[in-house]
Design a protein around this ligand. Structure first.
Ligand SMILES: Cc1ncc(C[n+]2csc(CCOP(=O)(O)OP(=O)(O)O)c2C)c(N)n1
Ligand SMILES: [Mg+2]
Length: 319
């Protein structure tokens, strides 16, 4: 785990595995991790059976980021998510039922089935699949929260590829100038769709933020308690004295961008899986993990059965 303020360092492509420590990490945290992972696996399975339309972007490998950050967010905060946002949504609401029905266009979906993964809207949460689009919107929300005088912050989750969008830099400029309580969470998996960072990005995300006078934190481990210890005081400080903050996670995407578009070698992907959080967590806490995963599987299997029976939403049913 490294914290850097202002120094130049290339972010490692593959972060080191840090086994997640219990009891600092609660059973509820572990349940949230497995719920998101189980949900993504269920989606892939439904997709392979031809049940889902379009494509799907899973966050396998990155689940721990929103699980670690969620308890640091408060009720007035507004979360903006991107195309890889199932974990962001589930870490906030735990609502696998509403999300799956939404993705399947069925009655009971969070947005009546018309939004899908990339247009989710619910109490202080909005996702968009348009790269960089949420960042200026999040700044607007941060401005509004600041004017209201509370402790609320706006949070924008982006990937590293999202930092290829010009709107990000226009926003960083104004956010810094106006002292907006805008938290940019960067899930840097060193891939933008199918392009490796070495092919598409000059310089570092940290340096780009520093150029606008914005404070940064870089996190390379996946221990939830450690992440909270690092990020918690920084987020608390921006609530007291509104200003932007960038937290960059060196993380890894275990699956393709969406479907069949992963140019990485099978060897590299296998190496990423070896560095994943799940196996060390299971090894370290076998009974706990077994208990939690049994509960999660039961919930997801019940959901699969219900979802397949559920009629289309009246908003999506063209018949
Ligand atoms: C404005 C815009 N341009 C292009 C795309 C197509 N696109 C979807 S995701 C992506 C790359 C995303 O990279 P990153 O933000 O790092 O997310 P990751 O896939 O790694 O989660 C691109 C180019 C888009 N969604 N929006
Ligand atoms: Mg990326």
């Amino acid at each position: 785990m490294h914290v850097l303020h202002g120094s130049i360092q290339r972010i490692p492509v593959m972060p080191p595995v840090a086994p997640i420590a219990v009891p600092e990490t609660t059973e509820a945290d572990i349940e949230a991790l497995f719920l998101i992972r189980g949900f993504e696996r269920l989606l892939l399975d439904l997709f392979s059976r031809g049940v889902l339309n379009g494509t799907t972007h899973t966050c396998l490998g990155q689940e721990y980021i929103p699980v670690a950050l969620s308890p640091l967010f408060e009720a007035p905060d507004f979360i903006f998510s991107n195309h890889r946002g199932h974990g962001h949504y589930l870490a906030r609401f735990g609502d696998v039922e509403g999300l799956l029905l939404e993705i399947m266009g069925r009655a009971g979906g969070v947005c009546n089935g018309v939004g899908g993964s990339q247009h989710l809207f619910r109490d202080g949460f909005l996702s968009t699949g348009v790269l960089g689009e949420s960042v200026p919107a999040a700044a607007g929300m941060a401005w509004s929260l600041k004017r209201r005088g509370g402790r609320g912050i706006a949070v924008a989750y982006t990937g590293d590829g999202g930092w290829g969008e010009g709107s990000v830099y226009e926003t960083l400029n104004m956010a810094s100038l106006w002292g907006l309580p805008l938290l940019m969470v960067v899930e840097n998996n060193a891939m933008a769709q199918s392009s490796h960072a070495e092919r598409y990005r000059a310089g570092t995300i940290q340096d780009r933020a520093h150029a606008f006078g914005i404070r940064t934190l870089q996190i390379t481990g996946c221990d939830l308690a450690e992440i909270r210890n690092l990020a918690g005081p920084e987020i608390a400080a921006m609530r007291e004295r509104p200003r932007p903050l960038v937290i960059e996670f060196a993380t890894q995407r275990l699956g393709p961008h969406s479907k069949g578009d992963d140019p990485r070698s099978p060897e590299l992907v296998a190496e990423l899986w070896r560095r994943d959080w799940e196996a060390p967590l299971r090894q370290r806490h076998p009974a706990l993990c077994e208990r939690v995963t049994a509960r999660v599987s039961e919930r997801l299997e019940a959901l699969r059965a219900t979802a397949l029976q559920q009629p289309l939403s009246e908003w999506t049913d063209a018949s």
